[in-house]
Ligand binder design. Sequence first.
Ligand code: NAD
Length: 319
Amino acid sequence: MKHNVLLIRPTIQPNGVAYLEENSHVCYAPNGQKETLIRYINENQTEAVITRSEQIDKEIMDACTSLKVIGQHGVGLDNIDVQEATRHKIKVLNVPDGNYISVAEHTMAFILALSRSLRINDCSVRKDAWYSRENRYTMEVCQKNLLIVGLGRIGRAVAKRAKAFGMQVMAYDGFVTKEDMEKIGVEKIDRLEEGLKRADFVTLHVPLTKETHCMMSAEQFRSMKDSAYIINMGRGPVIDEEALVQALENNEIAGAGLDVLSVEPPRADHPLFSMDQVIFTPHIGGDTREAKMRTSELLSKSIIDVLDGQEVYNWVNKF
Ligand SMILES: NC(=O)c1ccc[n+]([C@@H]2O[C@H](COP(=O)([O-])OP(=O)(O)OC[C@H]3O[C@@H](n4cnc5c(N)ncnc54)[C@H](O)[C@@H]3O)[C@@H](O)[C@H]2O)c1
C-alpha cells in the first residue's frame, strides 16, 4: 500500500513532486498555517509532511497521531521542534548536502559586492553621480582576513573559495579541532573576540541554537575593526539587529551583507533599509535552480525510503 505524504503549497521542485506522486499518495495543503496543517494531516492520515520554513511544533505533533516523518527541505531545523518529534517517535529528516555550494557562492558574492561597494556604485551611475567615485575607496580581498563562524559544510566551502581569492582564513568553531582546520589551511580561533579583532570580513554559518542566538551583539560589534564587514548567511536571530543598527550608525563597522533577518519578511520601515552600506537578499542563499532540484530529489527519495523502513543517512533525531 502506498504511504500518505503531505506537501504544502507552494511545493518543492517538480522532480521531487513527480517522484513522490509515483511512489506515494500525495495530498496538498494550501498553506502552512497550523490549523490548516492539523486538518490536512488528520483528514488524509498523513504519515510524512515536507516543510521548508513552516513551523512544525508540539501542538501539531500532539494533534496528529498518524505523523511518522517530518522532512525539512533544507538544512536548518529551527522551524521544527526536534526534541518533541523525538518524544513522539517522529523521524526528522533534512538535506545537509543539497545547497551548501550555493550558500558558499552567495557568501562570496556578498564579500565581493561589499569590498567593491557594488550597491553604492550602481546607485551613483543611475543617479547621474559618475564622479562620486573619486571620493570612494574600495578594496581588494586578496590578503584580507576572513573569519568564518561555524566551520561546517557551508563554512568549509566558503573557506575553499576564499582561499582561492588569496584571503587569510580563520574559523571559530568549538566542535572542529585545530588539526582538522590546519588540514584545509584554516587558522583555528579559540575566542570569538580574538577573531573579530583581526577580521576584515566576518561571515556567520552557525545553526540557530540557544548558544548562537544573538551571538553577535553590541560587545562583539565593538570588537570588530571599523573597516570590517559582517555577513549573515545562517539565521537572522544570530545577530542582535538593534546592536547592528547601532554599530553601523556609530561607524563601529563598515557595512553588512544580510541574506537572513530576525523577522522574515521584515517590516517595510526596518531601520537597516535606510543604510547604504548594507545589502540584502531575501533568504535565497541556498535557492539556486541546481540546489533546489538536488534538495527536492534527495529529500523525496529519503522520505519514501524511510517510510519503507530503510536506513537513511539524513535522519537527524536517531531513536
Ligand atoms: N541562507 C540560506 O539560504 C541557508 C541555506 C542553508 C543553510 N543555512 C544555515 O546555515 C547553517 C549552517 O549550515 P551547514 O550545512 O554548514 O551546517 P553544519 O551543521 O554542517 O555546520 C554548522 C557548524 O556550526 C558549528 N557550530 C554550532 N554551534 C556553534 C557555536 N555556538 N559556535 C561556533 N560554531 C558552532 C558546528 O560545529 C558546525 O561545524 C544552517 O544551520 C542554516 O541555519 C542558511
